[in-house]
Structure formats: C-alpha cells, structure tokens
Design a protein around this ligand. Structure first.
Ligand SMILES: *Cc1c(COP(=O)(O)O)cnc(C)c1O
Length: 500
C-alpha cells in the first residue's frame, strides 16, 4: 500500500478520534512505522541544509573548546553571521518578527542593555532599579489599555506565551479556590493563539474551541453554548494572530460576566497598536479594561511596544486575581522564596530596555508609528484587492491574510520565498499572511511587496505543472487527517534544530 494513499484515502471522512485511534495502531505495525521513519528522514534531510547553513563556514562546538576562544574571533564570526542575516529583516522582507528595527533605536536599546546587563529582578534589594522599571512598565501599559482608575495591576513576563500561560494558570487556581472547580475548561475561538492550547496541555485545563464567523471573528452564540459550570475563562483576541480579526470582545466579556468567570483579551499583537488606531479614527471595537467583563489582558512589549525580544505584560483586574499568579515558598531551606512569574532569575536588562523603549517613544511616538503602519497596511490591502486571483480574509487592520480560490496559495508563498520574502503560511483555511510592522513602512517596501506578489501569482498561473518546494509539505500538513503524524513531523523538525 502506498503511504500517501493510505493517509489520504477516506480518512478525512472519519471522526478525528477514530483517525487518531487508527493512527496509533498503524504506527505499531513495523513495516508502516519504518516507512514513516523513512519519509521523515527524507523530508528532514532536505530541510537540514537550509536550517544549518553555517556548518562549513564557521567552527562548530559539540563540546567546550579546550582553551577559551579569543574575543575578537567570536565577535568576527558573529558579525559575519549578522551580515548574512540582517538585510533580510532590516529591508522589510519578513512578516512580523522585528517590529521596529531602526538602527538608532536598536543602538539605544543595546546601550541600555549594557548598563543593566547584570541586573536580576529576583534580587529586588540589589537592583531596586529593576523593580522601578517593571512597576512602571506595568502601570504605563495598564493606563494605555483603559486601566486608569480600574484597580488594574500585573507583572512583566518573558513574552506573549508566558503572559498567556500565567493568566490561564491564574484562572485555574482562582476557580479551584473560589468556585471549587476541579475539572476546569476554557472557551477559546479556534483562531486564538496556540499558547492557549499550550496552557491547556500544561495545566490540565480542557480546551473547548468555538468556531469563527465568515469574518474570522469568534461566534458569540457558539461561546454561549460552550460555557458550562466547569468553565473558568473565555478568551478573545484583539486581534488574532492568523487573520488579524478582532473578536467581539464586548459580547464575549459580558457573557463571562454573566457567569462570574474570567475573560482574557489576548492583545499580545494589538495592545500597542489598537489604542492609537482608535485615537487615529480607525474603527476599533472595544477590547480593553473599559469593558467591565474584561478581567485580564496580555500585551506584548516585545512586539509593537518596540522593546527588545523577551518582554510582555500580563494585566489583571484586581490584586486578588494577581495573587493566584504569584508563587511563594515559606518552608524551603533556601530561605523565603517568592517570584511573580514562571522564571526565578530574570533578565533585568530586558526590563530596563523595555522601560527605555516605552519612555523614549512616548504616546506621540506610538501614535505616529501606528499611523504609519496602518496607512501602509491600507495600501497593501487596497492593492491585494486589485489582484483578481487573491482574496483578503475578513476585514483586518494590519495583519493581512489572503487566500486564493483559483491557485494553490502555498505555491504563491513558495514564489515569494524565492524572492527573499518570509511570509507566514497558515491553514484551516489555507492562506498566507503579512503582519505589517515599521519595517514595511520604509520607502518602497509596500510597493515591492505588491510587485513581487503580482509576479508570484502570474508565475504560479503560468507554471501549473510545478509542484513547488514547501507547497506540497504545507498542503499535506494542512489536509492530512492523521494529525498525530503531523505533530511527530514537527517534533522531528525541533530535533533537527537542536542538532549540532
Ligand atoms: C505573538 C502572539 C502571541 C504569543 O507571543 P510570543 O511572544 O510569541 O510568545 C500570542 N497571541 C498573539 C495574538 C500573538 O500575536
């Protein structure tokens, strides 16, 4: 039996749980598991070259070098790698990833980092500067997100995922303590970030996914039906990572309030754009603490807050909720121990750089940045709408997802990749997105994007026989009924990343 035939044939018609059951048994049959392994090896062999381009050009260290290396040599090698990588994101070929990226801004943050490189907020007595910075980062972010006079508090975390994990753990512990819920569930749209699924897996909270409507916004009626007495929190995105859609936060948070449960707005992506977009007159539905049902918000300083990578803010309505996030150990021989987030020791220099970003840019600076980004996104949306083969999904502000009814969109993505672009390939439905950042507001970048996109579409139309490089992989990963195999494939990919 042919492997792919086996995967594809009829499996899509079966219930996912039955497919998973069959899959588990199939993998136990030696001939099949060998065949799967062989397929993986072939796929990974192809990927290894592109993932490990420095193997032959720079020294590799599988173990510590006997004698320490010269600083100059290390710096020279790193500069050489930087030289190969930098233009890619700096010239605006990458979706998301680097949200500011101006040399002057980066140099300033680096200077701040250098001043604070030894700082660790775990030792509040040694570095009161770190605690000053973090308290003010939280306060400035809360204030920006409607938290003024609302008893909003929070902490700094290492990124959006940590902020979300912390919030979900907080709701789990809160619901167990105050409501006696021992089989907690969260209700989240299918478009909510994967970090919520991670939280569900890590903390034993059942994930109840709800559908989105034609504009990729969470279906409020589905949420209403999904809530039960074990529900601890409802989640909405402002906006969502895949399609940049803002969920109906007002309705969803009211639903949560009716049930006296938590509501989390994931503003990881939009937290530092939407408040300014609203002031600029864009149509931004309410999503922040001005809505009484919103009990927590995650907002990433390391995205549109323009801080260095490694910081985010998690905010709560009320100190009571925040207390469920904290960890304290009073009987440890190591002394009285307490920490606000998952980590123990933390990089105080990143918090310092974050504080420096917020205070050096200021409200006016964030407003100007948002204006540039939204205007650039408007141009890009207008031009994509003029390409007959493409269709924009929903009505986004600055994350523009597009699909095609006539072409394999992953082949278009392949063509864009050939032209240096790093866009995001998404599935369910198959589409591609560009998250517009300040990098794309540089002169000529939007125009180049549209020109290359048109060319890619024309190329795919003219070469229907070409399979593309990643297109078949994306296509298979998107449609393969055996999701466990797709997961295994991703684990192999991670293994490859950590291969010396
Ligand atoms: C980026 C993002 C996250 C996760 O953030 P990380 O910083 O990558 O951990 C969560 N939600 C949304 C909407 C995001 O865009």
């Amino acid at each position: 039996m042919d492997f792919e035939e086996l995967l594809m044939k009829n499996m899509g018609r079966l219930h996912p749980r039955i497919v998973a059951w069959i899959e588990k048994r199939l993998k136990k049959i030696p001939s099949i598991s060998q065949k799967i392994e062989k397929e993986y090896d072939e796929m990974m062999g192809g990927l290894e070259a592109s993932l490990k381009p420095y193997k032959d050009t720079f020294p590799t260290f599988a173990k510590l070098p006997e004698a320490g290396r010269d600083h100059k040599e290390i710096l020279r090698d790193m500069e050489a790698m930087r030289a190969q990588e930098e233009s890619h994101w700096k010239d605006g070929y990458v979706s998301g990833a680097v949200y500011h990226g101006d040399t002057e801004h980066i140099d300033f943050l680096n200077q701040v980092y250098a001043i604070n490189s030894q700082s660790n907020p775990l030792h509040a007595d040694v570095w009161p500067s770190a605690t000053k910075f973090e308290a003010e980062i939280v306060s400035m972010t809360a204030n920006m997100l409607g938290g003024e006079d609302q008893n909003v508090c929070g902490t700094v975390s290492s990124g959006g995922t940590e902020s979300i994990l912390l919030a979900m753990k907080t709701y789990r512990d809160w619901a167990r303590d105050t409501k006696g819920i021992t089989k907690p569930e969260m209700v989240a749209p299918v478009t909510a970030h994967a970090a919520f699924d991670k939280a569900s897996k890590y903390f034993g909270i059942k994930m109840v996914h709800i559908a989105v409507d034609a504009n990729f916004r969470a279906d409020v009626n589905a949420a209403r039906k999904a809530v039960n007495r074990n529900t601890i929190v409802i989640v909405g995105s402002a906006p969502s990572f895949p399609h940049g859609a803002i969920d109906p936060i007002e309705e969803l948070s009211e639903l949560a309030r009716e049930h006296n449960i938590g509501f989390h707005t994931d503003a990881c992506l939009g937290g530092f754009v939407l408040p300014w977009a609203e002031k600029l007159g864009y149509n931004v539905p309410k999503f922040d603490f001005r809505l009484p049902g919103v009990t927590s918000i995650s907002a990433d300083t390391h995205k549109f807050g323009y801080a260095a990578k490694g910081t985010s803010v998690i905010l709560y309505r009320g100190q009571g909720l925040r207390h469920y996030q904290y960890y304290t150990a009073s009987d440890w021989p190591g002394g009285l121990y307490f920490s606000p987030t998952f980590a123990g020791s933390r990089p105080g220099a990143l918090s310092a750089a974050c504080w420096a970003a917020l205070t050096s840019i200021g409200a006016q600076g964030y407003m100007n940045a948002a204006k540039k980004i939204l205007e650039t996104a408007d141009v890009i949306k207008k031009e994509i709408r003029r390409i007959p083969e493409l269709r924009i999904l929903g009505d986004p502000l600055f994350v523009v997802a597009f699909a095609s009814d006539t072409l394999d969109i992953y082949k278009v993505l392949d063509q864009m990749t050939r032209n240096k672009w790093s866009l995001n390939g998404l599935h369910k439905p198959s589409c591609v997105h560009l998250c517009v950042t300040l990098r794309h507001t540089q002169a000529g970048v939007a125009e180049r994007f549209i020109r290359d996109l048109k060319e890619a579409v024309e190329y795919v139309k003219a070469h229907p026989e070409e399979k593309g490089e990643m297109a078949p992989v994306y296509g298979m990963a998107a449609t393969m009924p055996m999701r466990g195999l797709v997961g295994d494939m991703l684990k192999k990919y991670l293994d490859l990343i950590f291969k010396v």
